[in-house]
Design a protein around this ligand. Structure first.
Ligand code: HEC
Length: 260
């Protein structure tokens, strides 16, 4: 019996990591710590998402109203500042831009972003949004370290400024810095690092990282709005099982009393 209990305990607490980790293109992913309980950060992320992303991307598996409730945004504030155009609060977060035309404009249709944090990962998004750089050979004038030849323009340029290529360490195909026998990074690549060039943004690098973190937090929230509930209920379920186990054990002992 104890072997069974041990196995159950092991299975219950084993972290199940179903999502295969994916690299970040040419470079290693930057780590980001998202706190889904930080409503203020998620609200700020929602604001960036509506203002900078919804010109092209929808989040059409989510409703304005659900976002307002979950992020504790009062309805009038939501209507005045976030809900787009003539939309009513009960509507889905869709956009007016037709997919076929946008493909002709950009060369690729901007995908719906409701589930992108699950399809990619928060780290991928955080790294992607901070690694656009000037590349005059591209139609948009920019390329991206994480998503080579991406059709998306650098929409956060007014905040970040425009990064340009600078010499830096070479990376292998897994995004790890290539080192010599002494463990020193070999700085020999023309575009091994990025630095903000002539076009400056309104934010410092630290402020910009924080803004992108808020935005990625919102994308993670919207990909699974019930994540917080799920975790809370999970704790109750485990507590219930633990308490139930005590009674099951006592009952079991009562049944077998006098037989051994
Ligand atoms: C001007 C239009 C436009 C705006 C605004 C825009 N994007 Fe994009 N985005 C695109 C296009 C086009 C693609 C498709 C790129 C491709 O496939 O080459 C794309 C792709 C993406 C992808 C990659 C999706 C995937 O998994 O392949 C992500 C993530 C993304 N955008 C996030 C954002 C975020 C976050 C914002 C707001 C900060 C934003 N985008 C604003 C046009 C836009």
């Amino acid at each position: 019996m104890w072997a069974g209990v041990a196995l159950f305990a092991l299975l219950a607490f084993l972290p199940i990591n179903a999502v295969a980790s994916e690299g970040c293109g040419e470079i290693a992913c930057d780590h980001v710590e998202i706190d889904l309980q930080d409503k203020e950060s998620l609200q700020s992320g929602a604001k960036y998402f509506v203002n900078y992303c919804m010109g092209c991307h929808s989040a059409k598996y989510s409703r304005w109203e659900r976002v307002a409730t979950d992020l504790e945004i009062p309805e009038d504030l939501m209507m005045d500042n976030l809900v787009l155009g003539e939309d009513r609060i009960g509507q889905l977060m869709s956009i007016a831009m037709p997919a076929k035309e946008s493909k002709a404009w950009f060369g690729a249709t901007p995908p719906d972003l409701t589930l992108v944090a699950r399809a990619r990962s928060p780290e991928w998004l955080y790294t992607y949004l901070r690694n656009f750089y000037q590349d005059d050979s591209r139609p948009t004038g920019v390329n991206n370290k994480v998503f080579d030849k991406v059709a998306m323009p650098h929409v956060l340029m007014e905040l970040q400024g425009l990064p340009v290529c600078a010499p830096g360490p070479a990376h292998d195909e897994h995004g790890h810095v290539i080192r010599n026998a002494l463990g020193e990074a070999v700085a020999d690549e023309e575009c091994g690092s990025l630095e903000i060039g002539e076009i400056k943004g309104s934010m410092s690098p630290a402020e910009f990282d924080e803004a992108v973190k808020d935005l990625v937090g919102f994308l993670e929230y919207v990909a699974e709005p019930a994540a917080e509930d799920r975790e809370r209920i999970g704790v109750y379920v485990l507590l219930f099982i633990a308490v139930f186990f005590v009674f099951a054990y006592l009952l079991n002992r009562e049944f077998w009393r006098g037989i051994h």
